[in-house]
Design a protein around this ligand. Structure first.
Ligand SMILES: [Zn+2]
Length: 304
């Protein structure tokens, strides 16, 4: 729908949007303008596991490398201290999604596991070295991809996906969703959904609005419902170049926090590379004693 005749406009729009994304830091610019944070957006986070028990792995199998384990020598190669291995994913998922109805909006996961979740957005920087890094370190990430920012090289993200990382929906061309009409919201989400599904072989379960904008509006919620994703995901921290910007006043990670980062390169990172930025992010997580777990392992998809 609506594809013909718009592609040219979109091509031009991408450059402008890329600039916008840089200028605004994709909604996480300094100065606390992040609408994403507004009002404790975890309102829809479901209840904790029944009985409050900490879920354990079904077989009780101990500590062999859960997602963020990896080879200690690999960490040394990247000048990093290994993260503590993540615990086994909870059998009873803290977030349970429904097949129909309003989608929940959350920026954290209720869990007592000492884990945080890394999400990486947009898809502009496509550095081979980052694929090498993730392949060696096996740190789980979730990728919220913008169709027109990745369509020149969908293939870049496939080895990252092959590591077990999920591809999620971040619109066609990164607009401010509250400034566009419902019909346009819908094409932004639905067209990205179909392109990402076709390219990556699985339909995104999650959606993130650019800049976190509009997440708590009924209009956007309704648009998301019509396109397939079953939740909107915001964040508690956003990675800059060497450190995170925290919404919490104490500037500390909490269990279950979702962290926003971006596929960015030296132009956006004042000369730092994607792998340097990601290494610094892991160091900030490691020094606060957290592991990195896979967000989708804490979410139960709707029964089909
Ligand atoms: Zn973005």
């Amino acid at each position: 729908m609506n594809r013909d005749g718009r592609s040219r406009t979109r091509t031009y729009a991408v450059g402008a949007l890329a600039l916008l994304a840089l200028a605004t830091g994709c909604g996480d610019n300094g100065g606390g303008a992040a609408p994403a944070a507004a009002g404790g957006s975890s309102a829809a986070t479901p209840q904790p596991a029944a009985g409050g028990a900490v879920p354990t792995s079904p077989a009780g199998t101990p500590t062999t490398a859960a997602p963020a384990g990896g080879d200690p020598a690999a960490w040394a190669k990247w000048n990093l201290k290994p993260l503590a291995p993540a615990p086994a994913p909870p059998a009873d998922k803290p977030i349970k999604l429904e097949r129909t109805g309003p989608v929940p909006v959350f920026s954290e996961v209720k869990t007592s596991d000492k884990v945080v979740f890394i999400t990486i957005d947009d898809g502009a920087e496509k550095a081979p070295k980052f694929v090498e890094m993730l392949t060696e370190l096996k740190v789980p990430i979730s990728m919220f991809l913008t169709r027109d920012i990745v369509k020149n090289d969908y293939g870049y993200f496939k080895p990252l996906q092959a590591l077990g990382n999920h591809i999620q929906n971040h619109t066609v061309d990164h607009p401010v969703m509250s400034k566009i009409p419902a019909e346009k919201q819908k094409s932004e989400i639905c067209d990205a959904q179909s392109a990402l599904t076709q390219q990556y072989g699985t339909a995104p379960l999650l959606f993130r609005p650019p800049f976190g904008d509009g997440a708590n509006t009924p209009t956007l919620n309704n648009s998301v419902q019509q396109c397939g994703p079953r939740a909107m995901v915001l964040w508690r921290e956003s990675m800059q170049i060497h450190d995170m910007q925290y919404q919490a006043a104490d500037k500390k990670l909490k269990s279950g926090d979702i962290i926003l980062a971006h596929f960015r390169g030296p132009k956006e990172l004042k000369g730092a590379t994607m792998t340097q930025m990601f290494g610094d992010l892991l160091a900030r997580i490691q020094e606060q004693g957290f592991s990195v777990a896979r967000l989708e392992d804490y979410i139960q998809a709707p029964a089909s």
